[in-house]
Design a protein around this ligand. Sequence first.
Ligand code: KG4
Ligand code: ZN
Length: 320
Amino acid sequence: MKILGIETSCDETAAAVVEDGHKVLSSAIASQIDIHKKTGGVVPEVAAREHILKIMPVIEQALSEANSTWDDIDAIAAVNEPGLISALLTGFVTAKTLAMAKGKKLIPINHIFAHIYGNWCERNPKDFKFPILILTVSGGHNELVFMRDHDNFEVVGESRDDAAGEAFDKVAKLLGLDYPGGPAIQKTAQEGNDLKFALPIAKVDGLDFSFSGLKTAVLYEVQRKYGKDFNPSELDKEFVNDMAASFQKTATQTLIEKLAKAVDKYDPKEIHLAGGVSANLLLREKAQKRLGTIKFPQDIKYCTDNAAMVASYGYFKTMV
Ligand code: KG4
Ligand code: ZN
């Protein structure tokens, strides 16, 4: 069974064809990163306009790279929540129209749960054992999810303010680093001393998270050294390297503490990392050191926004 996935919730216009929920036949993405670099973040109206321009070419690319025609497609899975509303609309209305015109079943998909299926892409579905505990973290969301079976999710912890990826992006911006912040901070941190700044791990009850205090602590350290009207592009390199390393250490530690607490409470058969931040190498390393075998997406392209995870979820949501 072949499903066409469509994703337009934020700044990637993506389409993919996935067979039986795990064989990725194609995964096409038109990234808007270069456009949003200029503003250091996503401007929703700009993102929506780009989606309109790119959605049909990206769908055609996904079909052609999968050597498929519309006759081969059994259903269309498209993200309809949550995300930037004008961006979501482009993908979902396109999917709805195509589903009607081509006579295909339409499967609405939740973006947060779709990220979880990034782990099924290019893995044998027989190699999974439920229940699974997932830390799914990106720029727009930050959750601990207990998954008893396919499409059976319980959100057991979430961020009360910023998502961890959002904190990476905002800290990168105030350190004068590139957008998106996660990869930029990871790279810069390699040169830095992670003991240089003692940043706070938020104390939040239960399994919830908070990242706004950490972001503000970084801002105060920068202001203490460079004054309130500092210019991010004028910070010295050593300061930026050390701050990136100290921030990355604290942010990943905050995530791991809660993941470990949730593992104790729920005693899952498997532990997964998912979402854009699961691309972070320090997070992966620390999680494995503390908790043993962990699954994270087979390829970094299935951590960040993509449509293969959407098609995979569409399959397991309706076919299993
Ligand atoms: O899943 P995603 O593509 O979009 C959302 O659903 O938000 O995640 C993007 C987020 C950004 O905040 C980005 O900075 C973060 O994932 N990210 C990383 C890394 N790669 C991407 N964060 C930390 N380390 C990385 N290597
Ligand atoms: Zn996402």
